[in-house]
Design a protein around this ligand. Structure first.
Ligand SMILES: *Cc1c(COP(=O)(O)O)cnc(C)c1O
Length: 361
């Protein structure tokens, strides 16, 4: 009805149409406030209700325990690469698992703040699997264990969390946030840049166990980089990303109405299966990730011939499928099948790829 393409972008990414329609209807005058959300003071009563409701809906959706705080922070997921060690490295030491591009970035940033122990890595096979982390070598004085729970570029996901041997687990959930149920109590800190699977760019949601919020940081820590700042001010120490919070709030409600994260997982598994089943039987295309570590959200695949890959990307684009070019570190193609991508979109893509395969035998 709106002549929209099937958008397989890894982020910013496709969003649910009913949410976009609601936003459209409220953009000039939010529920009789006489102005839109982009124009209103973050200190207004109307806005306070928007942020409070967004937090509550997220708490309901994920079943976030009372001893965890929810923070809305700017700077994207990237700022967290520094903020995490700045706030959580008490002993100056942390364990990281290297599974791809995004954990690598987090590792190099953390090294500025303390000792980083890379306890496991899947670099030997171009990050095509999640290493066995059931018996990691974790020093007694390590402050935390860090993982990227879904590697957006390499297309891997953790189906079993690492044994942290009692240390707190820190997880980058950016490209899988709200894609399935999550037991928050398993973690010390979860964070997610929202532009992958939830809303517009420019914000990160941080879910942190209350007792990990410290006061005794290096005095040179910028005020914005302290979790305590954001916690004490209800995520409004300075002007927050009002727009992103508002839109994410709508997506949280949308997911609740859909039936919650169990339902979302069912839909996502069903959808990803369409793509993986196709890849597994195709003579031309193949997935780049080992079966046990395949992501439900980001599906990289190749033909094995870079020139042919480029031809496929052009072919799909001409047929109305956008953003299928793979990241340069993996090559080939990548279909991001986030929450808001309908199953019909994946089915139509598979039909298109089948047609290409038939025509180019
Ligand atoms: C996109 C992404 C990031 C970086 O997000 P920004 O908001 O652009 O800083 C970090 N981690 C993962 C897993 C991502 O997919």
């Amino acid at each position: 009805m709106y002549n929209r393409s099937y958008n397989f972008s890894a982020g910013p990414a496709t969003m649910p149409v009913p949410v976009l329609e609601e936003i459209r209807d409220e953009i000039l005058n939010y529920r009789g406030a006489g102005m839109g959300v982009m124009e209103m003071s973050h200190r207004s009563k109307v806005y306070q209700q928007i942020i409070d409701e967004a937090e509550q809906d997220l708490r309901d959706l994920m079943g976030i325990p009372d001893n965890y705080r929810v923070l809305f922070i700017q700077g994207g997921a990237t700022l967290q690469f520094a903020m995490i060690p700045m706030n959580l490295m008490k002993n100056g030491k942390a364990v990281y698992v290297e599974t791809g591009a995004w954990s690598k970035k987090a590792i190099s940033e953390a090294k500025k703040y303390g000792e980083v122990i890379v306890a496991a890595s899947s670099k030997d096979k171009n990050y095509s699997y999640i290493p066995d982390c059931s018996d990691l070598d974790i020093p007694e004085d390590a402050d935390y264990v860090y993982i990227c729970e879904n590697e957006t570029i390499h297309g891997t996901t953790w189906n079993k969390l690492p044994d942290t041997k009692g240390k707190i687990l820190v997880s980058d959930q950016s490209s899988m946030f709200l894609s399935k149920p999550c037991n928050v109590a398993d973690y010390g800190l979860i964070y997610a840049g929202v532009q992958k699977n939830v809303g517009p760019a420019g914000m990160v949601v941080v879910i942190i166990r209350e007792d990990l919020i410290r006061e005794d940081l290096d005095p040179k820590t910028p005020v914005y980089m302290s979790y305590k700042t954001h916690n004490d001010a209800g995520s409004m120490y300075n002007t927050p990303n009002c727009w992103a919070i508002y839109v994410c709030g709508k997506v949280f409600k949308y997911l609740k109405n859909l039936g919650g994260l169990e339902k979302m997982q069912e839909i996502n598994e069903d959808k990803a299966k369409v793509m993986y089943d196709f890849l597994d039987q195709s003579a031309m295309f193949k997935g780049t990730v080992e079966k046990e570590s395949r992501s439900l959200m980001n599906i990289p695949f190749v033909t094995g011939d870079a020139e042919l890959d480029a031809k496929v990307v052009a072919y799909t684009k001409a047929a109305g499928f956008e953003n299928l070019k793979g990241h340069k570190s993996v090559g080939g193609l990548r279909a991001s099948t986030y929450n808001a991508m309908p199953k019909e979109g994946v089915e139509a893509l598979v039909d298109c790829l089948k047609k290409f395969e038939e025509e180019n035998k």
